[in-house]
Design a protein around this ligand. Structure first.
Ligand code: AKG
Ligand code: FE2
Length: 274
């Protein structure tokens, strides 16, 4: 097993691994590297859905995603990315094609207990474009001026699926009502104990304890701190890659720029602490 950092502050690649035949000591090395680098890439895997799920469950509890229309028809824990891109009328469905590409975000902030991790397995990759971009929330926190750190310490953000824009196209109509949940904006990672800027401009509704105007201004200001120099990693996919990211300490987005008539297909799981 070779463990190689990818970016200065985020990303690690682990080569020489077959995740179907990994003992506890081998898995512990991957898990540690992932905690230390926020995003772990394991290339060259050849998996069935069951093998992907079995491996994913070593990280936590795999939960079905609220977007029912993009779930695998028989296996609700698997979300299919890039499938059914074209509607019956032949039109490109932008919600599917641009899923995750509308902005930097963290997955599952709309849940009482946000997703610990998201893991993707690449089945088909386009000839160009279609990268996934990652950035460190630790770096974002570290970059905040002390005035902002003090102002936000102990403050809660209110989050929903779709946030202020109510972007809910991938949800069934009966699933579009969300009650806000609250998370500290400055969140201590439960395992690394490091502080991170836990924030998502597309899901946050408000920051508690401020007027609506102040809260909107703060949201705009924080958006400007999310991405820091040297704290990004851009993943160019190869078929057979597994990539897992830690939603408690990283932001991500899809580049969303690949030729729409080419396939870009992943299996995706949402992993929770419990
Ligand atoms: O397709 C991608 O590159 C990532 C999409 C995304 O945001 C997600 O799967 O959570
Ligand atoms: Fe995402």
């Amino acid at each position: 097993m070779q463990v190689r950092p990818l970016g200065a502050q985020i990303g690690v690649e682990i080569e020489g691994v077959d995740v179907r035949k990994l003992d506890d000591a081998g898995f512990a090395r991957i898990y540690r590297a992932w905690l230390d680098h926020n995003v772990a890439v394991i290339p060259g895997q050849d998996l069935t859905i069951e093998q992907f799920l079995t491996y994913s469950r070593r990280f936590g509890v795999v939960r079905p995603h609220p977007s029912k229309m993009t779930r695998h028809p028989e296996i609700p824990e698997i979300t299919m990315l890039g499938v059914n891109k074209f509607g019956a009328d032949g039109q490109l469905d932008m919600a599917i094609y641009r899923r995750g590409a509308e902005g930097w975000h963290t997955d599952g902030a709309y849940d009482e207990e946000p997703f610990k991790a998201t893991q993707l397995y690449a089945l088909a990759v386009p000839s160009t474009g279609g990268n996934t971009l990652f950035a460190s929330m630790y770096a974002a926190y570290n970059a905040l001026p002390s005035r902002l750190k003090e102002k936000l310490e102990g403050r809660l953000g209110a989050f929903t699926y779709g946030g202020r824009r109510k972007a809910t196209a991938l949800l069934n109509p009966e699933d579009r009502q969300w009650t806000p949940v609250f998370h500290p904006i400055i969140r201590t990672h439960p395992e690394t104990k490091r502080k991170a800027l836990y924030f998502d401009p597309g899901k946050i509704v408000s920051i508690e304890g401020f007027s609506e105007q102040e809260s909107d201004d703060l949201i705009e200001e924080l958006t400007g701190y999310m991405i820091q120099p040297d704290a990004e990693y851009h993943h160019k996919w190869r078929k057979g890659d597994i990539v897992i990211w830690d939603n408690r300490c990283s932001y991500h987005r899809a580049a969303g720029d690949y030729p729409p008539h080419e396939d870009r297909i992943h299996w995706r799981v949402s992993i929770k602490e419990r």
